[in-house]
Design a protein around this ligand. Structure first.
Ligand code: ZN
Length: 372
């Protein structure tokens, strides 16, 4: 058995872990807090963080302007403000977009020579400012990954990753109570994102035993909690705790294995049909497991999901999605165009060797689900 894993983020979890952390000052006396514009209203995460910084006499610049799909321009704008303030470290608070913004700003602020054109080819050993991440959703796994996904605008906006070996967060503070402000549909979408991360990493070319172990552990946490949430069963606190823990486990799985066609094909559904990331990927996950099952043994994955067949998995996930989201009906021209673009992305980080025609079929089958 071979494995080689780098996963340096220190993780603290549990209710109150931001206020009790007590080690922010190890990273400096001046900090920039980056978060979304609605975070003031959502819950106590921002006030808890500012109070924890004050308790350690850390002066703070708050930038509550992180965008939903962060643009390169916003990252450079924030980075200039961070440098002007003299921040020694950065705290990112929110979902994947805010956390990714914080990671990207930390890279740009530490490397003056980077421009909006060269940022995507930053050397892999480039320094970054230290980053601490505090999640408020449970799905992205961004807390334990080095990459920051940025958007380049255009007719079809393009997403690209910025990362270095040093852009992992130093610390992730995972307090599930901050995820309770998510509306039901976002709770379900982000949990489905975790399910996709876990399954895509298990059946990836890049990953090994490591992503299998973390991926299956994630499914055992997320799948029962997700169905309990939808069926209104069980204690909501333990459901939210399991969903958050599962998202971190799934993040550790993709950190090793990477994502595959549900993510690359889902990208076009997100951008062209204004769909939440988790739903956009999850509409393909049944087909993914089905195709993989024709060439690999998926019984361990089904057991981890508490299901006895691929058909059961597909039907239950599709039914769950349909309660919250209506999938788009695609024309054959759209399927063709999206397939062409998907082929340029990470579509084949799996054992399937998909062709463009296969991708077209997958888009059309997903779309037929919309007409059921
Ligand atoms: Zn994802």
């Amino acid at each position: 058995m071979k494995y080689s894993v780098y996963s340096p983020t220190e993780i603290y979890s549990g209710a109150g872990c931001v206020l009790s952390f007590g080690k922010f000052s190890e990273y400096g006396k001046k900090c920039a807090v980056i978060t979304g514009k609605n975070m003031y209203k959502k819950n106590s995460v921002l006030s808890d963080t500012l109070k924890a910084l004050e308790n350690e006499n850390i002066s703070c610049l708050t930038i509550a302007e992180a965008e939903n799909n962060p643009s390169v321009k916003s990252v450079f704008d924030f980075s200039n403000r961070v440098k002007e303030f003299g921040a020694e470290f950065i705290i990112g608070i929110g979902g994947g977009s805010s956390m990714d913004t914080a990671k990207a700003v930390a890279i740009v602020a530490a490397n003056d020579y980077l421009t909006e054109d060269t940022v995507f080819s930053v050397p892999s050993d480039a320094e970054t400012l230290p980053v601490i991440l505090i999640g408020t959703t449970a799905g992205t796994g961004s807390e334990v990954m080095p990459s920051a996904v940025l958007t380049i605008p255009g007719d079809i906006p393009i997403k690209k990753s910025v990362k270095t070996k040093k852009s992992y967060a130093k610390v992730a503070l995972c307090d599930f109570t901050y995820t309770s402000s998510m509306p039901d549909n976002i709770t379900v979408s982000t949990a489905l994102d975790s399910v996709c991360h876990a399954i895509e990493a298990i059946y990836s070319k890049r990953g090994g035993e490591w992503s299998d172990i973390y991926g299956h552990a994630a499914l055992k946490k997320v799948i029962p909690a997700l169905f309990d949430f939808v069926e209104n069963k069980g204690k909501i606190e333990s459901i939210r705790e399991d969903l958050y823990f599962g998202s971190i486990l799934a993040g550790l799985a993709i950190n090793d294995g990477g994502t595959s066609f549900p993510h690359s094909m889902g990208y076009m559904i997100t951008t062209m049909h204004d769909t939440a990331h988790g739903f956009a990927c999850a509409v393909f996950i049944g087909q993914f497991l089905e195709r993989v099952s024709k060439i690999s043994d998926v019984s361990e994955t089904l057991r981890a999901c508490g299901m006895s067949s691929v058909d059961e998995f597909k039907n239950k996930i599709d039914l769950l999605i349909s309660k919250y989201y209506t999938r788009p009906e695609l024309t054959s021209e759209q399927a063709k165009k999206y397939a062409e673009l998907a082929m340029k992305m990470n579509v084949n980080n799996n054992y399937l060797e998909l062709t463009q025609e296969n991708c077209e079929d997958i888009y059309l089958e997903m779309s037929r689900g919309a007409c059921k």
